[in-house]
Design a protein around this ligand. Structure first.
Ligand code: GLU
Length: 408
């Protein structure tokens, strides 16, 4: 029997040295664990709609099972799903792709990971505007790339300033990630704001654009969603437009994401995928066909509910002394500042020194799970997902107000 001393200390790859488990996924697990221990915990951690997957989509999956569509499919997606995705891109984004420009993966996360695995060589830089989704820099690092973070400007709604982008570009820049509406800030670019960014990118033909459009349909008021390859056709040949069914169709667990983009990149991504997952689950793919081709009328009421919740949460958070919250245009997150609470003492005497301390305090003392801003590359903020019922959100805001009022 080998003893602990005989185990090599170098078993884990060097490129993983700086990688931590996803804070969103781990906190989600922590909330579930505390609940299973009988604690009264509200979890506003995970970015997933609280609405159920529509029945017609579930039925399509059931039908697929009974029709025996339970075998391997082509690595990059079934013919039916690729057709549905091409039609979606044409209908909603005015983007035309051929079959060999489309790839389906196991969620948007997998598609993005494959894109980096397929394209990054050691030292290639990827520009990531902060606050960013927790997994972007980690994926880049795992794939031997170098994340280059551009801090967003709170006074500009956290959006990327085109001049900041221009300054961050080097000959090693391989990709720029644009995520609108954004996780975690909910900020979305108007067509003019996006054009100002694509104008910079137009001048640098060696750069590819990864447009993460997963929150496309969760956009409020009369805000108009646009995507980089649509706004600037010159970028079409170097943009990977990533989307998925998780958020719009309440299908987070089904794990279907997809992308349209340049043939060589898509082909390389499919090669990577052929050696890892092969195809995404056949049954989920048939459900996704129904999601994209079937009735879209449930999206509007879901959106209206999210918009109402956003307004309620923003108003209640802004009423708390020490917290300031902007009104985001989309997604289902708010990203308030807790700057006014930093330096204050908890009832047990511990000092809140960071957003992470504040979030821990909320979890321990108020039974509320949210995510600290530093996980998204920006402090002192925290992310609240408002994909929960009005009652739960009211309770959560009361808990935040009460916890904040007990700080001295
Ligand atoms: N994208 C969602 C979030 O930010 C799901 C969890 C994850 O994959 O990070 O909460």
């Amino acid at each position: 029997m080998p003893t602990a001393r005989t185990v090599s200390p170098n078993r884990i790859a060097k490129r993983l040295a700086a990688i931590k488990p996803s804070p969103t996924v781990s906190l989600f697990g922590r909330v579930a664990q505390l609940r299973s221990e009988g604690r009264n915990i509200i979890g506003l951690v995970a970015g997933e709609p609280d609405f159920d997957t529509p029945d017609n989509i579930k039925q399509a999956a059931v039908d697929a099972i009974w029709q025996g569509k339970t075998k391997y499919t082509p690595v990059d997606g079934t013919a039916e799903l690729k057709e549905a995705i091409k039609n979606k891109f044409k209908r909603e984004n005015d983007l035309t792709y051929a079959n060999d420009q489309i790839i389906v993966g196991v969620g948007g996360k997998h598609v993005i990971f494959n894109a980096f695995l397929a394209t990054l060589s050691p030292g290639d830089e990827v520009i990531i505007p902060a606050p960013y989704w927790v997994s972007y820099p980690e994926m880049v690092t795992v794939c031997d790339g170098v994340p280059v973070i551009i801090p967003g400007r709170p006074e500009k709604g956290f959006k990327l300033d085109p001049a900041d982008l221009d300054r961050a570009i080097t000959p090693r820049t391989k990709w720029v990630i644009l995520n609108s509406p954004s996780n975690p800030s909910g900020a979305a670019y108007t067509p003019d704001e996006l054009r100002a960014v694509t104008e910079v990118l137009r001048k640098h033909p060696h750069i590819m654009v990864l447009a993460d459009d997963i929150y496309e349909h969760l956009i409020y008021g009369d805000f108009k969603f646009t995507t980089p390859a649509q706004i600037e056709p010159e970028l079409y040949d170097r943009t990977l437009t990533v989307n998925g069914v998780s958020k719009t169709y309440c299908m987070t667990g089904w794990r279907i994401g997809y992308a349209g983009g340049p043939r060589d990149v898509v082909k390389a991504m499919a090669a990577v995928q052929s050696h890892s997952t092969t195809n995404p689950a056949s049954i989920s793919q048939y459900a996704a066909v129904e999601a994209l081709n079937g009735p879209q009328d449930f999206i509007k009421p879901n959106k209206d509910a999210f918009e109402r919740r956003r307004d309620m949460v923003v108003k209640r958070l802004n009423a708390v002394e020490g917290i300031e919250c902007q009104v985001p245009q989309g997604a289902f997150y708010v990203f308030p500042s807790c700057e006014g609470l930093i330096g204050k003492k908890r009832p047990d005497g511990q000092v809140i020194q960071s957003d992470e301390d504040f979030v821990l305090y909320l979890l321990e003392e108020a039974g509320l799970g949210v995510v600290f801003g530093s996980a998204f590359g920006m402090s002192p903020y925290f992310r609240v997902s408002y994909a929960a019922s009005d009652e739960v959100l009211k309770d959560a805001c009361d808990r935040i107000a009460d916890a904040a009022s007990r700080l001295r």
